[in-house]
Design a protein around this ligand. Structure first.
Ligand code: PLP
Length: 402
């Protein structure tokens, strides 16, 4: 009972999971700066800065753009609960656990929810959404830009087109894509978009940046009933994040410091350069994985999510034994599959600070050693060599295009 508890000393892991990702030391330093009150005039100024940075990362001028004090799931809840009320209909595209969560949450609203499904590992077809919505009055079409549970990315343009035809709002989960994959709220005309801080932004978990456009503001103004959730009601939350700065709840001040620094890092690198870095590192990882004789879950390269790669676990290798050795011997964490994919895939995240050439090469070398020791034959050095070739090709292509 009275056992003394020692000082906190977490191990230093390399997090190559689908979130959280590892963080830049600058973000840790920002988090360790002094706490101020959430209504302190200095903090009010900082809130403006955070919103300015967030608008740049989302590429939008939307007035309502701020970090919700909740993890990505809170972003889902805010995004579906705010537009939906009695009599509304929602079409939610489901191709994995997180897009299914959007449907599950929407089902708690008074709206009628229809799932448009695709098998895990595949993208939903916008034509299926069109067919399901034909002749109906649809309020929202929702989908995950990047489905982290299976490593699939959707091309948003087809869904925007269908949502336009149906007169619906487009709701996009960008938890696994914002700051890692091309995304432009204004140009792609996304009505509601939310993300998570612990992925390609590389800040700690616990906040969900959200942005909604003027069309959504109008929907909120003309609601007949109150938003069912008090905490996630965007109109009241905006009394705090908007000009009034009225108390709504006490936000996670130190996390907001961290988010501010993480977004400064994102914008110093430049979004285009960051998207390209994520793309190149995934291509090198895939080259290495395939050279080792392993297969990917997502067969169509156009459907692959650059931030999360789903690898089929080879026959004879036990999921947790492999991942435990990777953690114990190399301090590297990757994730297993979830739901129907448990024990069948590994999910490797290359997000934000974690998406680095050195990490890709280290992971491939470590994987080769462990696979060999656990009885899977891998051609010696093939994974690392293929990844290096992929980097060299990319560097040559860049030099030629200059
Ligand atoms: C695509 C996607 N949406 C939503 C979530 C939920 O986010 P959180 O776990 O931060 O609540 C996740 C988490 O991994 C995700 O990957």
């Amino acid at each position: 009972m009275n056992q003394p508890i020692g000082e906190l000393a977490p191990p230093t892991r390399l997090m190559l999971t689908p979130g959280p990702s590892s963080m830049d030391p600058r973000v840790y330093r920002a988090m360790a700066t002094p706490l101020v009150g959430h209504l302190d005039p200095w903090f009010r100024g900082l809130m403006d800065e955070v919103q300015i940075l967030l608008r740049q990362v989302f590429r939008t001028e939307n007035r309502i753009t701020f970090p919700i004090s909740a993890s990505g799931s809170g972003g889902i809840e805010a995004s579906v609960m705010n537009p939906l009320e009695e009599g509304d209909q929602a079409l939610i595209c489901v191709n994995g656990m997180f897009s299914d969560r959007m449907a599950v949450i929407a089902e708690r609203s008074p709206a009628k929810v229809t799932k448009i499904e695709a098998p895990y590992g595949k993208a939903v077809d916008p034509d299926d959404v069109r067919r399901a919505g034909k002749g109906k009055k649809i309020k929202i079409v929702g989908l995950a830009h990047g489905e982290t549970s299976s490593g699939v990315m959707h091309n948003l343009d087809g869904f925007r087109k269908v949502a336009d035809e149906l007169g619906a709002l487009l709701v996009v989960d960008a938890v696994a894509t914002l700051a890692g994959v091309p995304l432009n709220i204004e140009r792609q005309r996304i009505d509601i978009c939310f993300s998570g801080t612990q992925k390609a932004i590389s800040a700690p978990p616990g906040m969900s940046p959200i942005t909604v456009n003027a069309r959504v503001e109008e929907v909120l103004r003309t609601r007949k009933t109150k938003v069912q959730s008090w905490y996630f009601d965007l109109t009241t939350a905006m009394n705090y994040w908007g000009k009034e700065r009225l108390y709504h709840h006490t936000p996670p001040i130190s996390l907001i410091y961290a988010l501010r620094e993480a977004m400064r890092i994102v914008l110093e690198e430049g979004l285009e350069a960051r998207w390209e870095r994520h793309r190149q590192n995934q291509l090198a990882l895939i080259a290495g994985i395939e050279a080792m004789g392993l297969e990917l879950l997502v067969k169509n390269p156009a459907d692959r999510l650059p931030t999360v790669t789903a690898v089929m676990i080879p026959g004879g290798i036990e999921d947790t034994k492999f991942r435990n050795q990777l953690l114990d011997e190399f301090n590297i964490e990757i994730a297993g599959g979830i739901g129907a994919l448990k024990g069948k895939i590994w999910r490797i995240g290359l997000m934000g600070y974690s998406s680095q050439k050195a990490h890709v090469l280290l992971l491939l070398a470590a994987a080769e050693k462990i696979l060999l020791e656990q009885g899977y034959r891998v051609p010696a050095g093939a994974g690392v060599a293929a990844a290096i070739r992929a980097y060299t090709q990319a560097e040559t292509a860049t030099a030629v295009s200059r």
